[in-house]
Design a protein around this ligand. Structure first.
Ligand SMILES: C[S@@+](CC[C@H](N)C(=O)[O-])C[C@H]1O[C@@H](n2cnc3c(N)ncnc32)[C@H](O)[C@@H]1O
Length: 267
């Protein structure tokens, strides 16, 4: 399959990143049910996320429902979550080299984590693969639908079945909902949307499409306060390498990678 990446559209989008622009994208969104997808299934998703059904692909973004899963399509890009692609980071002893896994290391036998900004759940998958039970929160109904579908398909992959069974997704705002987690978390992971756009050439297909649905986190203080109120051992915050601290809160220490860093608040 040929994937055409239209960088000019993305560039224009990046320099005009305003809430109005994003709302326009979300408003243009339609759901298209492909072959083998029942009307009931399509209608259920349409009603749940408040997006109309259409027979044809939209001008902006389309949520394409197919037997093979749910995809976000638009601007010459197509994205479908696929945890199978994460196997190369998990298997063959490679998991322990993941920066997040090193930072999350704990002596607790059955540790609990909250991923308060789940996105497409890849970081949560790393934590679950490292033995954590992870409670994930995603406030964007479309992203949550894509993630739910990704997790459902991953359950069928033998190497991932057990790992995904430790991931519990709730759709909604973690600031309001994380106190409902029934267990005391060792770790809270925060990776809200990056405050500044990175050059389109540096971000992957997933981010390019998903950023069209979203706005940067405007409630940094609230998010951090809600996390601290859970009294975890650590709050781990993923940031672009050169961005300011989340909510201007200086962390206990920072671990730097090539493009991102993890700020760790030890409580
Ligand atoms: C950068 S993405 C996270 C990527 C994720 N770490 C991964 O591995 O795929 C940020 C996500 O956090 C979600 N988000 C931000 N604030 C949130 C909140 N207060 N509650 C729930 N989700 C939130 C956004 O909707 C977005 O999908």
């Amino acid at each position: 399959m040929l994937i055409i990446i239209d960088f000019s559209v993305i560039y224009v989008y990046n320099i005009s990143y305003k809430r109005g622009e994003m709302m326009k994208d979300s408003c243009n969104l339609v759901i298209v049910a492909g072959e083998g997808v029942s009307d009931e299934e399509a209608l259920a998703l349409s009603e749940h996320i408040g997006v109309p059904l259409s027979d044809t692909m939209g001008e902006g973004l389309t949520l394409l429902m197919e037997k093979s899963g749910l995809s976000l399509v638009g601007y010459g890009l197509r994205y479908q979550g696929d945890f199978k692609e994460m196997l190369r980071r998990i298997m063959g002893g490679r998991l322990r080299h993941e920066m997040l896994v090193k930072i999350a290391k704990t002596k607790t036998e059955h540790p609990i984590a909250i991923d308060a900004a789940a996105g497409m759940g890849e970081d949560a998958l790393l934590l679950a693969a490292a033995g954590y039970t992870v409670y994930l929160f995603e406030r964007d109904a479309i992203v949550a639908a894509l993630l739910r579908d990704t997790m459902r398909r991953a359950e069928q992959i033998p190497e991932l079945t057990q790992i995904v069974s430790r991931m519990h997704l709730t759709e909604g705002d973690s600031i309001e909902l994380m106190s409902s987690v029934p267990e005391q978390p060792e770790l809270i992971y925060l990776d809200p949307m990056f405050p500044a756009r990175r050059k389109s050439g540096l971000i992957n297909k997933k981010l390019q499409l998903i950023q069209k649905l979203e706005q940067p986190c405007a409630q940094e203080e609230d998010l951090l306060r809600a996390a601290a109120a859970m009294h975890p051992e650590k709050i781990v915050i993923k940031r672009p390498l050169h961005s300011p601290f989340l909510a201007d809160k200086k962390p206990g220490y920072t671990v730097k990678g090539k493009a991102i860093r993890y700020d760790v608040i030890v409580l």
